[in-house]
Write a protein that binds this ligand. Structure first.
Ligand SMILES: [Zn+2]
Ligand SMILES: [Zn+2]
Length: 392
């Protein structure tokens, strides 16, 4: 019976590798895919495994050698025969049955005398004792193996958790500036899009109204309200994560969006201003005006451009004043341009576009149109100047 047990174990040991291989649990790795270190590690592992295998083999052989043939032969269990057959099939394992006994006390070729019986009994006892020892050792071995496996598992778990912790840390470190950058970009974009809205800054129309920074040339925009006021407005409409202090807000202002300069103050680019400019330019080019500047032209018709009543054209002293033109052929034909708002439809949608239109008329008509437009521009100019002054 014990032989069967032994055999089974032996078969189990030598077949476990083959079995695992057959089941595809052993992955084949080419040696040149591994580093020198990994190869060495593997080699050491193999060495240890085959050493263990050889030792087990040796032990089994020794145990079998100890087995008195008489017992083996007298065993009624047919499994014994089976086991011997199995033994011969086991790869790598030598045929053990015929091996000479290594125990000196053991002499199987003995005549059947009482002395022999006594010796047989002794041998049997000894065998049983050894068997028991072996059993104990095996138990110990199994126990130690289990403990080793447990320790290895724990070590592996610790290593993995350490790796996970490191990975998490790395992720956090990597994530931090990334998320921060993203938010910073979002904040900057929010400020830029807020300040470049037409209600908050006005695009200057002139060809010379550009500003260059780091070789980037941009058309200038000027703020329509003080930056402090815009900062409050910005925070009131932005979501909480995009809220900024005034300093942060001011720092994110695009370089081409500035507070109006002194000279910007009389270059309001609204349609009314532009239309007066167009008329003034026409008259100036014909030599009918000495200046193209709207503020200079307004000075001609008011007592004081800083006085609201004068600019509102309700001052009794100046409300009838008009720009004086020199004598000229007032009936000659002339063309001029004016901006006009034109609505066009594209299917269901309506578009309002500013279009420069050409008009025809006499010089007299042009002069009258100019006077009328300059007059109505006065109060707008006053408001505009007043507003611009807040930026100083
Ligand atoms: Zn204007
Ligand atoms: Zn006046």
């Amino acid at each position: 019976m014990f032989i069967l047990l032994l055999m089974n174990n032996s078969v189990h040991y030598c077949f476990s590798y083959q079995r695992r291989k057959h089941e595809g649990k052993i992955t084949y790795v080419k040696s040149d895919e591994l580093s020198e270190r990994e190869r060495n590690n593997l080699r050491n592992k193999w060495k240890a495994a085959s050493r263990g295998y050889r030792e087990r083999k040796k032990m089994e052989k020794a145990m079998l050698d100890l087995t008195p043939q008489s017992i083996e032969n007298t065993l009624p269990d047919p499994a014994g025969v089976e086991a011997v057959e199995g033994q011969q099939e086991s790869p790598g394992g030598g045929v053990v049955v015929d091996a000479p006994p290594q125990n000196e006390d053991f002499h199987p070729q003995m005549s059947s005398t009482p002395e022999r019986e006594d010796r047989e009994k002794k041998a049997e006892k000894r065998f049983k004792r050894l068997q028991a020892e072996k059993h104990e050792l095996r138990k110990l071995n199994i126990h130690l193996r289990k403990q080793l496996a447990k320790m290895r598992k724990e070590k592996e778990r610790a290593r993995k958790s350490e790796m996970r912790a490191k990975e998490r840390l790395r992720h956090i470190e990597r994530g931090k500036p990334k998320g921060g950058k993203k938010l910073a970009k979002e904040r900057k974009l929010a400020v830029v899009s807020f300040l470049t809205r037409d209600e908050n800054s006005r695009l200057l129309p002139g060809k010379k109204d550009t500003i260059t920074k780091n070789k980037i040339k941009e058309q200038r925009r000027i703020l329509t309200k003080p930056l402090t006021e815009l900062h409050v407005l910005d925070n009131s409409e932005m979501k909480k994560s995009l809220h900024l202090s005034y300093r942060q807000f001011a720092r994110r202002r695009p370089f081409y969006v500035t507070e109006p300069k002194a000279k910007d103050r009389d270059t309001c680019a609204c349609r009314d201003h532009e239309n007066v400019h167009l008329l003034a330019n026409k008259l100036y080019s014909r030599g009918l005006l000495k200046t193209k500047s709207i503020s200079e032209l307004l000075v001609m018709i008011v007592c004081d451009p800083k006085n609201k009543d004068c600019m509102d054209r309700v001052c009794a002293k100046c409300c009838f004043e008009e720009v004086e033109f020199p004598e000229t052929e007032s009936s000659s034909e002339v063309t001029w341009e004016q901006w006009k708002r034109v609505t066009s439809t594209n299917g269901e949608r309506m578009f309002g576009n500013m279009v420069k239109q050409i008009y025809n008329g006499t010089i007299k008509e042009l002069m009258e149109l100019f006077s009328q437009k300059l007059e109505s521009l006065a109060i707008h100019q006053f408001n505009w100047l007043h507003q611009a002054e807040q930026f100083r």
